[in-house]
Design a protein. Sequence first.
Length: 75
Amino acid sequence: MVSLIILIFAAIIALQAPGLIKGRLWKELTVFSIMLSFGLIYSVGQIYRWQLPNPTKRMEYLFVPAWNMLEKILS
């Protein structure tokens, strides 16, 4: 199963990375690589049932105070 996931991620890299390199889009390539790495780690982690941190909790930590402030301003 892990080899299938790695094969899928390799296919994504083969399809997307050459265009980014050819266009000299280095920042986009860096962000693409980082996000793809996180995706690969979380995908393999799901198979092996690793205890990985929940990214939703981090997003709530960032956006809930902003939402509450905006709600207070608009009401």
